[in-house]
Design a protein around this ligand. Structure first.
Ligand SMILES: [Zn+2]
Length: 51
């Protein structure tokens, strides 16, 4: 499983939302990290929303 930084995930999620696309979250998950610590949340690898 891949990891992503929370700030990066938020940025990418905002551009996904701006693109107007729709995601069913049937994609692989990314483990969310904040400053080297896992937050316990997961992000969709397509739209970067919190799962
Ligand atoms: Zn998604």
């Amino acid at each position: 499983m891949n990891n992503i930084q929370m700030n990066e995930a938020n940025k990418r999620n905002e551009s996904f939302i701006r693109s107007g696309e729709i995601c069913d979250h049937q994609h692989s998950k990314l483990k969310e990290y904040y400053l080297g610590t896992a937050t316990g949340d997961y992000r969709c690898s397509n739209c970067f929303a919190e799962l």
